[in-house]
Write a protein that binds this ligand. Structure first.
Ligand code: SAM
Length: 282
């Protein structure tokens, strides 16, 4: 694959808020940045509007815990690609991170159309959707949405609200970290986390019927999620597993969903490339 954009972008400490992240985040940045790059280059001439949506945006910079290197994180990586999106929409719940991101965007990317929402993306999703250009035959819109939560606090209705437009999704599924750890809690009838995550209230019956073992709960959730996306018209998911480097323990999935073969092909290329690049990030 012809590649001239490296999503791993070292930066200096600018005195604003910088969250620490694990070294495995580099793999995530390779994938999201790589996809942004291939998406805008490949689709630029075919669509009137290309939109990037980052629902769990962060501060724009991140510090790698293991070596203290500071690099751009998803929102600023997406703004740094050579062929830009026409519109960028970010959402961040934490006030300090929201302010840091806003200041970094204003400082470095003032000529780009960026809208930043503060708050819970699950409750702000209607406003977020409204800020995206409306689709028409004369004004076509194609969106790439990155969803990067720490845990399972992403409501399926949030994805559903966006999915009736043409949107490719890259979703971080914190199934190993969150779902495995909280398996017993989530099975409790009074807990709504998984019902909200999957957008279905009968998942406990499906779990019973599946006869899977507790250690297979992650597999069950991933399959259920794919089935829900299929109902919305999405093709077979492409899953990338991220592991804790030294211990080789699975941490989470980055799962790509598109309604079009072209999106799937693009992501597979980026996935292969990022996998080959690992270790050469910074
Ligand atoms: C795993 S971090 C990802 C940050 C960024 N995407 C990156 O590339 O490093 C998740 C971010 O989402 C924010 N967040 C958590 N829950 C949120 C919610 N419901 N809506 C919007 N942002 C949220 C957190 O404050 C945090 O900055």
């Amino acid at each position: 694959m012809k590649k001239n954009f490296n999503p791993v972008i070292p930066v200096e400490d600018d005195g604003l808020e910088i969250p620490e992240v694990g070294i495995w985040s580099i793999e995530k940045y390779q994938l999201v940045g790589g996809y942004c790059d291939i998406f805008t280059k490949g689709m630029r001439s075919k669509w009137n509007n290309l939109v990037y949506l980052d629902l769990f945006a962060g501060a724009g910079f991140a510090k790698i815990r293991e070596n203290k290197d500071i690099i751009k994180s998803s929102a600023l990586i997406s703004l740094s690609i050579p062929t830009k999106f026409d519109k960028y929409i970010f959402c961040e719940e934490n006030n300090d991170l929201f302010l840091a991101l806003s200041e970094r965007v204003a400082r470095e990317f003032k000529n780009i159309d960026v809208e930043i929402f503060e708050g819970d993306c699950n409750t702000r999703i209607d406003d977020i959707k409204k800020s995206s250009p409306a689709y028409s035959k004369e004004n076509t819109v194609l969106t790439f949405c990155f969803i990067d939560p720490f845990n399972l606090n992403l409501n399926f209705t949030t994805v559903q609200t966006l999915a009736n437009e043409l949107v490719d999704f890259l979703v971080l599924q914190a199934l190993h970290m969150d779902a495995n750890r909280n398996f017993k809690l989530y099975l409790n009838e009074n807990n709504e986390t998984i019902s909200n995550y999957l957008g279905s209230t009968n998942w406990r019956d499906e779990w019973e019927k599946s006869k899977l073992l507790p250690k297979e709960f992650v597999k069950f959730l991933a399959n259920q999620y794919d089935a829900k996306m299929k109902e919305l018209g999405y093709l077979t998911a492409v899953r990338h597993q991220i592991r804790y480097p030294d211990k080789n323990v699975p941490l989470y999935y980055l799962t790509f969903y598109s309604k079009h073969e072209r999106g799937i092909d693009f992501f597979k290329k980026v996935n292969d490339y990022a996998t080959n690049q690992l270790g050469f990030g910074i």
